[in-house]
Design a binder for this molecule. Structure first.
Ligand SMILES: Nc1ncnc2c1ncn2[C@@H]1O[C@H](COP(=O)(O)OP(=O)(O)OP(=O)(O)O)[C@@H](O)[C@H]1O
Length: 537
């Protein structure tokens, strides 16, 4: 037999013998443990007995033992009683109770405290709030967890030397908190610089099931979307999932009294800036005329072609230049007519007071094309409508990719005081797009149409744009497409024929000398160019 098998067999025998011995001597071990327990107990009592009582105690014990000895079978009974009590005392101790489950607050807040410590501890601080052996209870004032055990609110203190006025220092802390509290939610960070306190609130998701519909708003008021209850003082009834609910809207007031007459919406690709343009168009159409420029040329606004009130939908550079040249001249004409009416005290004619909206989707793409062809940038043609649009009742909405921000002209940036940013942008992008620091850290994954709005000098608020899909997009859900179709105005063919002749501008469009306009500037299958002043009835 090989040596290793021989050794293995011997080990097995030894183990079996050991197991048997353990079984055999178990009662003895039990009694031995009990006797040790008794001896320990007797020794403790002896130690606890005062000196003067030890003699009588010894005497009593000896007397009892003599008594037992003198009793018939006394010694035997005493021995049996001792063994029985030793066996009882020596039985296996009860399993220690399972430790209570760790407190979720202790675990999560402890981890957050440890993660913040490297950023908030000062090596020179003799009494630091944050140090590597410290407890979160020293620095965290109050906290709340939701039903799923996720941190929903926290107030913490930080040392006065922490540079809370520096955006990068704040951003670091905000990132750490979001990392530990969960990146799936948005958080509001309220920095109280005076008392060195930071309040963190996890924000509930905004409703994503509000679709395009007629909103309860006055003419000139545009519902950009919906926000948190504390973001606005007003709620409006909204059809949501088949029932009517009250939702807090983000309202943009346009018109001659608005201090933010024009809007710039920037968005991460695919987060719904074109849908926002569509939503605005549908809300403005009942009382305004539209000129739509689709700079990306994807035909996303084709559903507006030939609708009553829509002057034109342009997708080409030539068409865009012609339409914007006309818009600039129309602004000038309106201003002149309004001034004349004011001088004579007459009521201005309807064709100069009816609002005109210029909606530009991705104009920077046309700008690049224009630059390559040596033509004027369409944005340059917006100068007059942007600067005098408020008086002339001309509103400009520009939507573009957040990446194209540098290609937006300074005039557009300076005159568009209503701002929207769609998509999970970082703090720097947020600040640049909205013109103010954003106190909200977006979730890692935001739903389409989710972003932030800032009207004028107000505080940025969260925004969820109502789903306003392209009704010609066959991939979009039929229910969402139907909602948009229901809002599109239809020309009544019995009373309102489609324009057959080329429209007659009040003044012919001035196109740069080097521009070669095609004979049919309007695309999307239209048979006639549609740039025209609204017919005066
Ligand atoms: N609020 C919304 N709710 C639901 N779906 C939406 C919403 N907004 C947009 N969508 C859908 O998301 C997709 C992208 O939307 P949209 O084209 O408006 O984005 P975009 O930012 O303009 O993209 P791009 O820059 O590529 O043109 C579309 O399929 C659209 O139907």
């Amino acid at each position: 037999m090989p040596l290793h098998r021989h050794l293995g067999k011997r080990r097995e025998i030894a183990r079996t013998v050991g197991d048997h011995a353990t079984d055999m001597f178990a009662p003895l071990a039990l009694i031995g443990r009990g006797l040790r327990h008794h001896a320990g107990w007797a020794w403790d009592r002896w130690q606890a007995t005062p000196q003067e009582r030890r003699g009588p105690t010894l005497f009593l014990s000896a007397a009892m033992m003599i008594g037992i000895y003198l009793l018939p079978h006394g010694l035997l009974f005493a021995l049996i009683a001792l063994m029985a009590s030793a066996a009882w005392a020596g039985r296996a101790p009860k399993a220690a109770p399972a430790p209570p489950p760790p407190d979720v607050a202790d675990v999560k807040l402890g981890a957050l405290y440890s993660a913040l410590t490297p950023y908030l501890c000062g090596p020179e601080d003799t009494n630091p709030l944050y140090h590597f052996e410290g407890s979160y209870k020293n620095a965290f004032g109050s906290w709340e967890f939701d039903g799923e055990g996720r941190l929903s609110r926290l107030e913490l203190s930080y040392p006065a030397y922490f540079t809370d006025t520096e955006p990068t220092a704040r951003a670091r802390i905000e990132q750490v908190v979001q990392g530990k509290a969960g990146r799936a939610r948005e958080y509001r960070f309220d920095w109280d610089e005076e008392s060195n306190r930071l309040r963190i609130t996890a924000l509930a998701p905004l409703p994503t099931d509000v679709v395009a519909q007629r909103f309860v708003a006055a003419p000139g008021e545009i519902v950009l979307g919906f926000t948190d209850e504390d973001g606005t003082a007003r709620t409006i009834p909204v059809t949501q999932g088949g029932t009517i609910t009250q939702q807090p809207p983000v309202i943009w007031r346009t018109g001659p009294r608005s201090s933010e007459p024009h809007l710039l919406a920037l968005g991460i690709t695919g987060y719904g800036t074109s849908s926002l343009i569509r939503s605005i168009a549908l809300q403005a159409l009942p009382y305004a005329d539209l000129v739509v420029i689709d700079g990306a040329g994807t035909g996303e606004h084709a559903c507006l072609v030939n609708r009553p009130g829509v002057h034109t939908v342009e997708t080409s550079l030539h068409g865009a230049l012609a339409a914007l040249t006309w818009a600039a001249q129309e602004t000038e004409r309106r201003l002149a007519a309004l001034n004349a009416a004011r001088h004579t005290g007459a009521t201005p004619p309807e064709d100069v007071t009816r609002p005109l909206w210029l909606l530009l989707d991705h104009p920077t793409e046309l700008g690049e094309l224009a630059h390559a062809e040596g033509r004027p940038d369409p944005q340059d043609l917006l100068e007059l409508p942007l600067r005098h649009g408020r008086a002339a009742r001309v509103t400009v909405v520009i939507a573009d990719d957040v990446e194209a921000r540098d290609r937006i002209t300074p005039t557009v940036r300076a005159t568009t005081r209503a701002r929207v940013l769609l998509g999970p942008a970082g703090p720097e992008e947020g600040h640049a797009a909205l013109g103010a620091p954003l106190d909200i850290v977006p979730a890692a994954q935001a739903p389409v149409g989710r972003g932030y709005a800032r009207i004028g000098n107000g505080t940025p608020v969260r925004l969820q744009v109502p789903a306003t899909v392209d009704p010609l997009d066959e991939d979009a859900p039929a229910q969402l497409r139907d909602a948009v179709i229901a809002l599109l105005p239809h020309r009544d063919s019995r009373t309102e024929p489609a324009p057959a002749a080329p429209p007659r501008p009040d003044r012919p469009p001035v196109i740069p000398a080097d521009a070669t306009l095609p004979s049919h500037p309007v695309e999307l299958g239209k048979t006639e160019p549609m740039i025209r002043s609204r017919p005066i009835s």
